[in-house]
Design a protein around this ligand. Structure first.
Ligand SMILES: C[S@@+](CC[C@H](N)C(=O)[O-])C[C@H]1O[C@@H](n2cnc3c(N)ncnc32)[C@H](O)[C@@H]1O
Length: 203
């Protein structure tokens, strides 16, 4: 898989990336006690920084050096510390059962690699730890998100990528800007909120 690190470097250099955390991550994480969080493909760190401000100890992984530099700088401005790792997600190995929360936000690796990334995320979770996934819905094709239709999400596509070690608590198509925002009809995300089953033998 090409990590697209240079392409993301260019995008992050040329365009200001949102600093607002995902509204559904905010909703779902509220009520969880802070712990260790892993943000796979953290980019300039909007979710990682928000989690750190809530008291989580956050590790962010990304292959874009510009994204990681921006995350580092913004974390400093916000007065929080992130552990940032420059790596391809397909090569990065978190210690098994070491995180309470894993975030996979707006990564669109396609149908072959998404199951691998979610399995990696599930292995990194402690029993009862949570996985949050968000990505552009297929209806956004041509409007937002990646321009290849096979990379976009539907609930069915995401469902087939979820490993057996996770229990799904929410799998929904949602308005991208959050529950209270009126959006264009195509401006939708798919979100997944799942919890790690206690049995360590499950893949
Ligand atoms: C659309 S941005 C999302 C950034 C952040 N998660 C957010 O929601 O704002 C996609 C990010 O995923 C990273 N990424 C995509 N594929 C990757 C891979 N295979 N290894 C490491 N990083 C990857 C890119 O470098 C980029 O920072």
């Amino acid at each position: 898989m090409s990590t697209g690190g240079e392409a993301w470097d260019r995008r992050f250099s040329e365009h200001e990336w949102s600093q607002d955390p995902d509204p559904f991550l905010i909703e779902l994480v509220q009520g969880l006690p802070p712990g260790g969080a892993l943000d796979l493909g953290c980019g300039p760190g909007r979710n990682a920084i928000w989690l750190a401000r809530q008291g989580f100890q956050v590790t962010g992984v990304d292959s874009s050096s510009v994204g990681l530099q921006q995350a580092q700088a913004r974390a400093g401005q916000a007065g929080v510390t992130l552990c940032l790792v420059a790596a391809d997600l397909m090569e990065y190995q978190a210690e098994d059962a070491s995180f309470d929360l894993v975030v996979v936000a707006n990564i669109h690796p396609g149908p072959e690699l998404l199951p691998e990334i979610l399995a990696k995320a599930a292995r990194a979770l402690r029993p009862d730890g949570h996985l949050f996934v968000v990505g552009h819905h297929l209806d956004a094709l041509g409007h937002d998100g990646p321009p290849q239709e096979e990379l976009l999400y539907t609930e069915e596509r995401l469902l087939t990528a979820v490993p057996p070690s996770l229990t799904i608590e929410r799998l929904e198509t949602v308005p991208r800007g959050g529950p209270d925002r009126s959006e264009h009809w195509h401006d939708k995300s798919v979100i997944l909120w799942a919890v790690r089953r206690p049995d360590p033998a499950l893949p």
